[in-house]
Design a protein around this ligand. Sequence first.
Ligand code: PLP
Length: 407
Amino acid sequence: MIDSKHFIELEEQYGAHNYHPLPVVLSQGRGVKVIDVEGREYYDFLSAYSAVNQGHCHPKIVNALIEQAQKLTLTSRAFFNDKLGVYEKFVTQYFGYDKVLPMNSGAEAVETALKLCRKWAYEVKGIPEGEAKIVVCEGNFHGRTTTIVSFSVDPDARNSYGPFTPGFIVVPYSDFSALEKVFAENQHIAGFLVEPVQGEAGARVPDEGYLKKCYDLCKKNNALFIADEVQTGIGRTGRLLACDYENVRPDVLILGKALSGGTYPVSAVLADNDKMQVFRPGQHGSTFGGNPIAAAVGIAALEVIRDEHLTENAFRLGEIFRAKMTEICKKHKICEYVRGKGLLNALIVNNLKEKDIAWDICLRLAENGLLAKPTHTNIIRFAPPLIITEAQLLECVEIIDKTLSSF
Ligand code: PLP
């Protein structure tokens, strides 16, 4: 019989070991649930790191993908196609920007934003060539390219990948005065790159008002405020963008993941004409970026968010989830607290006794029918698809409660 063990062994033997997955082998996904090769059902509380906001295999998104795949899949940008412009109009109007630059992965979109920021700094702001600095935050996660890991503070993400790309200044997250100091002490700041909630750091929410103050400071210093909403965007935190909580409109907006509902790699950078005009033919691009399938899927994925009111659902159920989890935390000695926004939340557990306690909890959660993944040794992220119902969420809270009581 071909079982989980077989597929795990295949990956062990033939795949690079750059991930440490939970030992479940999934073969189907429907809505908020996934099913493994043995037929066991689980609630998905990771949603592929917030890519599957619309739920697994959403029929509207899958149909858009299939229909487009049968007509035209890829033209490259050497020619026009009849889908890209339609998507570009739709996505820019949806988020309220003049222009979009389509890419595939989140990391590529972040790279695009960094290049845009530097080019704007030299060609528009007038910073001397090679002198531009971009400020980033401690605890950041923006992807895995060499430039991006150059300003990571996570040793696993960074070590042994040097020499690193210079030109970045790291400040503590949610510390406005640290950013003020950097602006006061450095002449050539081109921009500030920030996650409005730090996802990989375990749903770290900055102090209220932080983003607005940082935005205002950027304006005062003619620097770009760049929001990486790859994980937080598209409804996840209970607003369309997490920046909306503080009425901040980023100069440069980075999106990915849920832009396709998890069916296809689709990412994007949005900005107004005065910034986006720095890119001219041949200066940036990607063979697959803006391909017809991505365009069709992107429209469908964003329509689902809007038409099914998933942002509103994330807000309402997020409040309920944190209230319930806060009660649960009081009952179990192992729990410290829960934090997050909308349906991007994390449980912080007490790490005093065991080294990999979060991992062990996740293994037991899986046995009890809920899949979550640790981020760091004592943090478990809880991020179900935004289509989850209140009844389903309450059932999941019970699973978490029951699991924690066994520790
Ligand atoms: N930016 C943020 C905030 C992310 O959370 C991630 C991935 O988790 C990325 C960028 C990178 O996206 P990708 O894995 O699609 O390259």
